[in-house]
Design a protein around this ligand. Sequence first.
Ligand code: AMP
Length: 394
Amino acid sequence: MKKTIKDYNLNGKKVIIRCDFNVPIENGIIKDETRLKKSLRTIRYARKNNAKVILMSHLGRINKEEDKQKYTLKPVAERLSKLLRKKVTFIDQTRGEKLEKAINNMKDKDVILIENTRFEDLDGKKESSNDKMLGKYWASLGDIFINDAFGTIHRAHASNLGIASNLPNGLGFLVENEIKKLTKLIDKPKKPYTIILGGSKVEDKIGVISNLITKADYLLIGGGMAFTFLKAAGFNIGSSLCEREKLSYCKDLLNKYEEKIVLPIDIITAKEINENAKTTERFLGEIEEDEIGLDIGPKTTEVFKQYLDDCKTIFWNGPLGYFELKPFQNGTKTILDIITKTKAYTVVGGGDTIRAATDFNYQDKISHISTGGGASLAFLEEKPLPALDIIDEK
Ligand code: AMP
């Protein structure tokens, strides 16, 4: 058993909590605060036990100087202050004198949020490649390290693995709960068990299929993910997303798991991606060269329903269409409706899938909303999870 925050006396200690505040922010406005809300329990516990609370998180990806403005954590500090009903002091640095001074001046129960850890990526990917000196430096700012960021548990970063290697450490309540809830999907899940995969990070996710498919009875594929499979099956996909290097991999999977893999039979297409796009319902074989497949069609949702209705376990990662825009919402919305009407144990994971569940108001009807997308997939694949594996055993 891994140590948790409860295994430490936090009184007067500087406790670094690595959170996952990687929330969608548009023009400074947080579009979905599920991850913030799920972090509150650990932060409140630390404050109640008189800790000085130092919060860290990444947000988005930082590849160039201009990304910094878009991905500052300042709006998160403001929102967290309201949720905690306690001022969260935002320090616009990831290292340096200002940060060190602010930490040295902290009183018990104070909360500080430091700037996006990935700002360090501009300097030779120091955060994402777990630069040893950076992990050591961040660890020097605190006495105890608590990892409560499930979304990056499968990554070896300076702000998780790096700090944990240099301080007494444990898990926060959020990560503890994720492990408990996701273990139910590995440890003799109730059958039939169906996995739904969608989204647009095809390159990241397509590789997990060969492993996940061995654990479930059916795999329903929608979203951007579906088109590489449809192309591999010989259908014209027009200008839809496609991972060409994976075509033969998909073909092999389709041959091997013909009974298990369920693909869309109709598609909502458009020639442009915007709120006013004119949509067309196409059966496979009808998609034209200049059309983009942006949602599953109504016949597909009917087919998916047949697989989902008497399922006992359902895991879903990745929206089934470009749900941020009204013309392409139906597939994701209808499938949310269907799974929440079943008696199954339902787990939905990943930032955009969570956002869809909250936007369409299904969040309270799902058994477990996992804060991790790639992380929950890696967990289900039973892969090594560097930022979890490093945590001390009791
Ligand atoms: P992911 O992070 O892989 O779960 O991808 C989420 C994103 O996939 C969302 O922003 C969706 O709008 C997008 N998406 C879903 N279906 C499609 C599609 N058919 N084509 C392009 N993007 C899509």
